[in-house]
Design a protein around this ligand. Sequence first.
Ligand code: ZN
Length: 184
Amino acid sequence: MAVRELRTIGDPVLRAPAADATRLHLETPAFAALLADLVDTMHAEDGIGIAAPQIGESVRVAVIEIASASTRYPGMQPFPLTLFVNPRVVVVDATEQGFWEGCLSVPGLRGYVRRPRAVRVEYLDAAGAPRVLAAEGFLATVIQHELDHLDGVLFVDRVRDTTRLATVENYQKHWSRAGDSPDI
Ligand code: ZN
């Protein structure tokens, strides 16, 4: 399909709550093309997740994939390519955990974000079948970051201590113990 232009912070589409995909929409070639474009753009940008508003489509669809062969982020557990249509997050364990986050739509920045440590996601797969996924640890953070995009929220909104907002260069120089953190 196609690598699409990435929308970046300041573009209003990233701040608009996205609409659910309808049953009718799910069965169209345009919807299949959107899913393929999301995957192609995520791969081209070397991200581990992307949401439709990040390519300018205000619809509730996101993709996550943590490749097992990732040498850039060696500490991460792999997670297979998964498409989330109309996802809803339920917090399973509200105990907070913190990770440094980056975002394809917020180039050049890293920020320390605290989020609930375990969630359940209810969503439709690409064929429209209902699915449920339980996630904890870093994957739970990735899912919450991605689904925030569907509500017009960016990770910088969730950085409570803004002394822990840094350029990539300063993150690696002053904060990182193990290389860079991924773009989500
Ligand atoms: Zn993001």
